[in-house]
Design a protein around this ligand. Structure first.
Ligand code: NDP
Length: 245
């Protein structure tokens, strides 16, 4: 039998990149998977169709994470549709870079809303539906530990914030037997990293000499979601090919 047979997962921002890889992997491992998207409707439909073709169950729900009430409704809808929630993956995130002098405070608010506030709101909503053995997994970033370059202060702040938040929520939900962890990827090949010059420079800083692949991050998420990871909680797990090494 598959490791997540009978489980229900919801992944935020599952239409592209790391989130889409996590959706596919959790479905392959036997979970019924709901996921949110903001704009990429066609991509979301293609992922749902692909999973259903393989005999899995998937549900795409449009919900902008910046609208916490919409996100909470999406989570309740997923719970209604599949009967419960066992696994929440807080993945949706945005990267807005700018110099200190010109950084628009609107971008600060937008990034905080999507990368931090929505993680709290989503976790709040999902925890209501969860039982013993539940899993909350948040995609943070190595930028919580090392900003690395100018212009990334606010993004780094959001990723430091979620790591601290997950440690706190691990304490809140530990008594209910729910684990709460942060995955901190290093530079990963997605739409977030499409500048070839920047990517060449990043590769030079990574011990393994290449960027990560979305499915490699999904592999760690699948492990944390599984019963194998039952004693890991409040942890921030680095997966970066040795970028921080
Ligand atoms: P992508 O830009 O490739 O994909 C982002 C996904 O999040 C899309 O599915 C997008 O939906 C969704 N999303 C974005 N904004 C919103 C929103 N407001 N509401 C709902 N969904 C939204 O990013 P990655 O896959 O690279 O990043 C995923 C996570 O991993 C992020 O939290 C990011 O910070 C983190 N991360 C990424 C790293 C990297 O190098 N790529 C490294 C470390 C961490 P839609 O398609 O509809 O826009």
């Amino acid at each position: 039998t598959k490791p997540l047979e009978g489980k229900v997962a919801i992944v935020t921002g599952g239409s592209r990149g790391i989130g889409a890889a996590i959706v596919r992997r959790l479905a392959m491992d036997g979970a019924s998977v709901a996921f949110t998207l903001a704009n990429s409707k066609e991509k979301a439909e293609a992922i749902t169709a692909e999973i259903e073709l393989k005999g899995g169950r998937a549900l795409a729900i449009q919900a902008d994470s910046a609208d916490a009430a919409a996100l909470q409704r999406a989570i309740d809808k997923a719970a209604d549709h599949f009967g419960s929630i066992d696994i929440l993956v807080n993945n949706a995130g945005i990267l807005l870079l700018n110099s200190l002098e010109t950084f628009p405070l609107e971008d600060f608010d937008r990034m905080f809303a999507v990368n931090v506030r929505a993680v709290f709101a989503g976790t709040q909503a999902a925890a209501k539906h969860m039982h013993e053995g539940g899993r909350i997994i948040t995609i943070g970033s190595v930028t919580a530990e090392r900003s690395g370059f100018p212009t990334s202060a606010v993004y780094s702040m959001t990723k430091g914030a979620v790591a601290a938040m997950m440690r706190g929520i691990a304490r809140d939900l530990g008594p209910r037997g729910i684990t709460v962890n942060t995955i901190q990827p290093g530079p990963t090949e997605t739409d977030m990293n499409t500048d070839p010059h920047a990517n060449e420079m990043l590769k030079g800083l990574i011990a393994l000499g290449r960027m990560g692949k979305d499915r490699e991050i999904a592999s760690l998420a699948a492990y944390l979601a599984s019963s194998e990871a039952s004693f890991i909680t409040g942890a921030s797990l680095t997966i970066d090919g040795g970028y921080l090494a």
